[in-house]
Design a protein around this ligand. Sequence first.
Ligand code: GUN
Length: 285
Amino acid sequence: MGKVIDGKKIAAEIQAKIEKDVAVLKERGKQPGLAVVLVGDNQASRTYVRNKQKRTEAVGMKSVLIELPETVSEKELLETVETLNHDDTIHGILVQLPLPKHISEDKVIDTISSEKDVDGFHPLSVGNLFIGKPTFLPCTPAGIIELIKSTGESIEGKKAVVIGRSNIVGKPVAQLLLQENATVTIAHSRTRDLEKVASEADILVVAIGIAKFIKKEAVKEGSIVIDVGMDRDENNKLCGDVDYDDVVSKAGYITPVPGGVGPMTITMLLANTLRAAKQIWEKTN
Ligand code: GUN
């Protein structure tokens, strides 16, 4: 029977450390601040943003929410980002994606100061990640690496297969696994014989966005299975891209949905915000 990787518990432990750090800083009159910009009325985005705000406040950081209507112009949004770039009380800026179609996400991300890029989406952060320089790591991939390390199993030399090639998860997590000296394969919807490719993985990261897509035939006995999916099953119940009940007895370790990768994402955002604040203060002192 596979061991469950308890993302909720691991996230809570890291969050407790961040909270302590923030408390010490506040005693010195310094408070890290995160600004989240939400455009429009996407209900899923609204829920994500509310959770980010709650957790930011829970660790004692300043949390600012800027809500803009669906009809906001690109120019206005870019000006909002510029204002936050110059706001000394804000150390991290996150513009919730997706944005309305009339706004270029690339332009918005390019405008966020790379010093405050706590999502790790700015091209400078992405480039630094690619060449192995210290930078802000995108939150979900960073959380995934923490979860894999929490098993105590080494990553070095292992065969890792990442299913999914998005800029937010698939590509950066593959890069991080490579830095940990895994042998990495990126598979995707066009990969031939995906099941066979996946079944050879010692570490399998699934971020394809299809409910219960991975069955036990696609999983190697004793492997580490990380499920990034946030899907709904036939009963509208939250589930992952991995068919948990089918796979759990075959995997060595597995993340549940909910309670696996999800809680780590916001925790890494808080860690990035704390780091951004420290770096900015170091520079200005
Ligand atoms: N939309 C879904 N996930 C994310 C994320 O991690 N960051 C931002 N900015 N938007 C998202």
